[in-house]
Ligand binder design. Structure first.
Ligand code: NDP
Ligand code: 2IT
Length: 445
């Protein structure tokens, strides 16, 4: 790493002790930014990096609620409003027991660059709670969401901060959150949240957008090598919103997705995952993935283990951070891997990324490859602002154009900085320069 950036990195790490995921995200970005600072000494003089690493605002709050037995429960809520140079803070809410400030900050930090890459007017933020929705009734989830919003409402707004979903937060939770926001404020402010139901201000394609976008980005990478998804053997991790829609899109483009997972294990379905059945098991019944194997002949279920042992030509990690390490990456490479598209945020460890890059595998980092979700959230905001709603076809076309544009921008930036094909460098520099220019223009903020 560039020596000038090393000193800034050390200060950032020391100022944010114990936040391993945030450190990892910062270091990965800093490793790309040396050449930009050679060309733009003004960014160093204006302390852009120091400012970027310090969130504009961090909110931590108590979330009290009662479970179905009438027992009082307490969780912790977070919203980190990281950077508003390009637009209102924008980013999802994650409900998962592993959530703490370091997770929210890593996600919010990544979101700044991702959102810049989309070309849409959105800043970066993220939030969530250590609430575990697993095994909770609808009524419990509703009471939790209502309590969470009872605090959060005062910090968000169409022009301020616009949350959406992430792990553990989907259409059901956004509905409860929106209902409570509306009740407290007496405002039908559609643009305050995205990922809403289509009949009450949501956008078609938003549920599919992250998974679809990841596959579109992956297809664009493959095209640079004169190939495509047609005939590829694909492994997807996770079986949530991003994974299911990545599977659907990959198979519609002629790939066979032979495996997917949840945090308990994985299924191997050599004839290709049955997306309708997977949706039924995961989205309708909210059951475990094991059920999928029980309901379909010829499918094996592996308890525990690593889905990356299955072997593939294309890997789409769509579950969570650091789910694919250097060892798994090396096994995938030995098995003939040609491309990785990250649907999740930071799913590959730094060791895994090094293995992929060393082996010449096409590697699309999350902040570029999974930007279709937030980009379509921005399209939802556009529809809300104009009190309009667009067709599926039109919205999907916009999403495709945005993903192709992000791929082009990353590829062109990597080329400009002398590392053609390095999408990590392209995404980090491409996103950074846009935000840095805006911060410079707006004075010392
Ligand atoms: P969901 O809650 O819909 O699904 C998450 C999936 O990942 C589940 O299959 C879950 O399994 C698995 N998973 C979660 N945590 C772990 C863990 N610690 N270990 C192993 N598996 C785990 O979330 P999404 O699909 O929305 O999100 C998946 C990823 O995509 C996240 O990294 C998220 O940040 C990212 N992302 C999401 C976007 C969106 O629009 N939703 C946009 C861009 C990125 P289990 O049920 O067993 O927990
Ligand atoms: O990580 C992400 O980009 C998301 N969870 C989606 C954020 C959004 O505002 O749609």
């Amino acid at each position: 790493m560039d020596a000038r950036l090393e000193a800034i990195r050390d200060t950032v790490l020391a100022r944010n002790p114990g936040e391993a995921e945030f450190h990892q995200a910062v270091v990965e970005v800093f490793e790309s930014l040396g050449p930009v600072h050679d060309r733009h000494p003004e960014f160093l003089e204006a302390a852009i990096l120091e400012r970027l690493c310090e969130p504009e605002r961090q909110i931590i709050f108590r979330v009290p609620w009662t479970d179905d037995a009438g027992r009082v429960r307490i969780n912790r809520g977070f919203r980190v409003e990281f950077n508003s140079a390009l637009g209102p803070y924008k980013g999802g809410l994650r409900f998962h027991p592993s959530v703490y400030l370091g997770i929210v900050k890593f996600l919010g930090f990544e979101q700044i660059f991702k959102n810049a890459l989309t070309g849409m007017p959105i800043g970066g933020g993220k939030g969530g709670s250590d609430f575990d929705p697993r095994g909770r009734s609808d009524a419990e989830v509703m009471r939790f969401c209502q309590s969470f919003m009872t605090e959060l409402y005062r910090h968000i707004g169409e022009y301020t901060d616009v949350p959406a979903g992430d792990i553990g937060v989907g259409g059901r939770e956004i509905g409860y959150l929106f209902g409570q926001y509306k009740r407290i404020t007496n405002r039908y402010e559609s643009g305050v949240l995205t990922g809403k139901g289509v009949s009450w201000g949501g956008s078609l394609v938003r549920p599919e957008a992250t998974g679809f976008g990841t596959v579109i980005f992956t297809q664009e990478m493959l095209k640079t090598r004169g190939t495509s998804l047609e005939g590829q053997r694909v492994v997807v991790s996770g079986s949530g919103n991003v994974a299911i829609n990545a599977i659907a899109k990959a198979q519609s483009l002629g790939a066979t997705v032979v495996a997917c997972s949840d945090s308990s294990g994985y299924v191997v379905d050599e004839t290709g995952i049955d997306v309708a059945l997977l949706r039924e098991v995961k989205e309708v019944q909210r059951a475990r993935l094991k059920e999928y194997a029980e309901r379909r002949a010829g499918v094996s279920y592996v308890d525990g283990g690593s889905v990356w042992d299955v072997g593939a030509t294309v890997a789409l990690p769509c579950a969570t951070q650091n789910e694919l390490d250097g060892g798994a990456a090396a096994r995938l490479v030995r098995g003939g891997l040609v491309a990785v598209g990250e649907g999740a945020n930071m799913p590959s460890t730094r060791g895994a990324i090094a293995v992929f890059q060393e082996a010449g595998v096409l590697f699309g980092p999350g902040k570029a490859a999974n930007a279709g979700g937030v980009a379509t959230s921005a399209l939802e905001m556009q529809q809300n602002a104009s009190r309009d709603s667009w067709s599926f076809e039109h919205t999907e076309e916009r999403l495709t154009d945005i993903m192709v544009g992000i791929h082009e921008r990353c590829a062109a930036t990597a080329e400009e900085y002398g590392e053609p094909g390095n999408y990590v460098l392209g995404a980090n520099i491409g996103g950074f320069v846009k935000v840095a220019d805006a911060m410079l223009a707006q004075g010392l903020i």
